[in-house]
Design a protein around this ligand. Structure first.
Ligand code: DTR
Ligand code: CA
Ligand code: ZN
Ligand code: ZN
Length: 436
């Protein structure tokens, strides 16, 4: 028997905290879970930024195209990648009368016909050292590349990393790379991930919305942290993903904001200071090592790892009709006992749960009129399924249809049961969620 359960009871903060704690059920079976990458150590990323700062300081205060500070930056990154086992290539081009350099680093292995690319521009403006713009992106993908090496990752897809020259002169390096890539090689690139300014001191959490799968990957990551994101709207084409998008390659990425002003609503959800730019030192001499928000940098570096590990693993989003179940028996204490729960961990489902979420409940219990049965969403929201209904009937074995469309799908869902009247007992025999 299916009944619609439209009601949503306000979330219970404690339960939300528990859900966010990542508690997982026992006996749960689920679709292929998202791949969990290693943590990207913030300290390592910060050390790369300190090194880039030192390079700028030793080279006239910047790392701009055509200046000694840029070539020193490229040599610094290349040396670390060579030592880590990458196959590196320096691609040269000329812009504004000066030699420019792209650094391309291939991780050996993986399907050469499925290339996942990750890139960031390494050049700064001439006004300053460019630590947020774009040491942050360059250092974060460097540490991710080193993490791949430390793990000796052997993903299904081939991994390629790139550090672009002369972005500040108009995406010159990335345009040169794409324009000189034969069409046969372009078609092998399954996606390009771009990271340009991801440690802004007054950060926002923006996700590129150019490709839905890549966008969802990053949104899933942040949903798992309980951090809301916004679509990056400061203007398409304003960084190195544009040349790739222009030839039809799926692109995605993250952005923590530049000279636009953080609104009160954004400050409410992200913290920081409203009425102030996300990065007050954008393209200025004060874009130094002090111009970084560590939390944003850490979260975004880890988000990059989540994307690389998952998008290169070859697993696809689970097909429709995905079932997550837990068949472990859970005894229901007689009244006035505490409520008990059975949980399932949902993963790999993009976006929110459906308006027609199927909730399979299998409870063995005499006199089901004793029971209150609830579905609890990952954020703690409660959907009542049965409230002292059924009288002396024994056992509940039915599928409820719940409108859970306001809930993020991925996370820990719980079936909660409490016996509210004495003299009858039983147990949860099974609990399952079916996503259409
Ligand atoms: N143009 C980039 C900074 C920038 C401004 N808006 C966006 C949007 C998405 C990525 C980057 C940017 C620069 O100055 O390098
Ligand atoms: Ca980290
Ligand atoms: Zn810039
Ligand atoms: Zn930039």
């Amino acid at each position: 028997m299916n009944i619609s359960v439209p009601r949503r009871v306000t979330a219970v903060a404690a339960l939300a905290a528990l859900a966010l704690a990542g508690l997982t059920g026992t006996g749960a079976s689920a679709a292929p879970a998202a791949v969990t990458p290693p943590d990207i150590p913030l300290a390592n990323v910060k050390q790369h930024l300190a090194d880039l700062q030192s390079i700028a300081t030793a080279n006239g205060g910047n790392r701009a195209h055509g200046r000694t500070g840029y070539k020193a930056s490229i040599d610094f990154v290349k040396a670390k990648l060579d030592a880590a086992g990458y196959t590196t290539t320096l691609q040269t081009f000329t812009s504004s009368g000066a030699t420019g350099y792209n650094l391309i680093a291939d991780w050996p292995g993986g399907d050469p016909n499925q290339v996942l690319m990750t890139g960031a521009h390494l050049d700064s403006v001439t006004a300053g050292p460019g630590i947020n713009d774009n040491g942050s992106g360059s250092a974060a993908i460097l540490e991710n590349a080193l993490a791949v090496s430390r793990a000796q990752l052997q993903p299904t897809k081939h991994l390629r990393f790139a550090w672009w020259g002369a972005e500040e002169l108009g995406l010159v390096g990335s345009k040169y790379y794409v324009n000189n890539l034969p069409a046969t090689e372009r078609s092998k690139i399954s996606g390009y991930l771009n990271f340009d300014m991801i440690g802004s001191p007054n950060p926002g959490y923006f996700v590129y919305d150019d490709d839905p799968t890549l966008e969802q990957t990053f949104k899933d990551y942040y949903a798992g942290l309980g951090i809301p994101t916004e679509i990056e709207t400061e203007g398409d084409g304003r960084s190195d993903h544009a040349p790739f998008k222009n030839v039809g390659i799926p692109v995605g990425g993250l952005f923590s904001g530049a000279d636009y002003i953080k609104t009160a609503a954004q400050a409410q959800k992200w913290g920081g200071t409203s009425g102030q730019a996300f990065d007050r030192c954008y393209h200025a001499s004060c874009d130094t090592s002090a111009n970084i928000n560590d939390t944003a940098l850490d979260r975004n570096a880890d988000a990059i790892a989540y994307a690389i590990w998952n998008l290169s693993s070859g697993t696809t989003t689970p097909p429709a009709g995905t079932v997550f179940s837990n068949d472990t028996d859970v005894a229901i204490p007689d009244s006035p006992g505490a409520a008990v729960t059975s949980s399932v961990t949902v993963s790999g489902i993009a976006g929110n749960a459906p308006a027609t979420l199927k909730v399979g409940v299998d409870i063995v219990h005499t006199y089901i009129g004793d029971l209150v049965v609830d579905l609890i969403a990952p954020d703690g929201s409660v959907y009542n399924l049965s409230n002292r209904a059924g009288g002396s009937t024994d056992n509940i074995n039915q599928t409820y249809t719940v409108n859970a469309s306001s809930e993020v799908a991925n996370g820990v869902w719980k079936l909660r049961v409490q016996d509210k009247a004495a003299a009858d007992t039983g147990y949860i025999n099974g609990f399952k969620l079916t996503f259409p």
